[in-house]
Design a protein around this ligand. Structure first.
Ligand code: FPP
Length: 229
């Protein structure tokens, strides 16, 4: 498998079950991020994409949004050294202009410093699949209007080229934690032929055993991409 993507869900429930504030669940969830990145290294997976903050997540209470943004900044500070040691390239996909200038500066600095590594950790921040596709449509329309793109040539390949990270292969497997059976606006275009795996494990509890179970399930799948057996 080249590309694993994860919808990290259940931080709030993990915290609530312990009588803790939701932000404690996010803090514990950040530890799972570190664990899973190591699992991916051991499993030789080239791309790990994590749904860290959706365009809809801005509607959460300000205190929770602030806590999540703080955790992301903390993660970048604490993990930068680790990313270099593990030779992992950090990339962010999403509506960057929504992020605070300070956080964006930090992100761009780490992206630049790690740009030479082959293995990638992709964090989806202020990300929405529909937002991404709409932005691509807008850019395509602008190019057509400017005369640099012939509308007759627009096909799936061209549209994919206008998505946030066109060089990244589609995810082979998408894992969702905490039992919910939906994509929640995650990688709508790229997920067309991805295998799905849902576990009841809450994201802060997700570890090597869950990772192994997901990969074992994936290994048994018969991927046909819409063709015959
Ligand atoms: C979903 O749980 C999770 C999120 C909205 C945020 C994910 C963020 C992290 C794991 C921490 C920071 C990330 C990084 C990359 C360091 P939820 O709050 O929707 O849980 P619930 O459904 O149980 O309420």
């Amino acid at each position: 498998m080249r590309h694993l993507a994860i919808i990290m869900d259940g931080n709030g429930r993990w915290a609530e079950a312990r009588g803790l504030p939701r932000t404690e669940g996010h803090r514990e969830g950040a530890k799972s991020v570190r664990r899973v990145l190591e699992c991916c290294q051991r499993a030789d997976i080239d791309y790990l994409t994590l749904y860290a903050f959706s365009v809809e997540n801005w509607k959460r209470p300000k205190a929770e949004v602030d806590a999540l943004m703080g955790l992301l900044a903390l993660y970048l500070n604490e993990e930068e050294k680790n990313l270099h040691e593990q030779r992992v390239r950090l990339r962010v996909m999403g509506r960057r202009t929504d992020l605070s200038p300070v956080l964006l500066d930090r992100i761009e600095a780490v992206e630049k410093a790690t740009a030479g590594y082959a293995r990638q950790l992709i964090l989806c921040l202020s990300y929405g699949g529909r937002t991404e596709i709409a932005a691509a449509a807008k850019a395509i329309a602008a190019a057509a209007k400017a005369g640099t793109l012939d509308p007759e040539t627009i096909d799936e390949r061209v549209l994919a080229d206008y998505l946030y990270l066109p060089d990244v292969p589609d995810p082979d497997l998408i894992i969702r934690t905490s039992g919910e059976l939906r994509l929640s606006n995650f990688l709508l275009w790229q997920a067309a032929y991805s295998e799905l795996y849902v576990t009841d494990t809450l994201w802060p509890d997700f570890g090597q055993a869950d990772f192994d179970a997901a990969l074992a399930s994936y290994a048994k799948r018969d991927r046909r991409f819409g063709t015959h057996r």
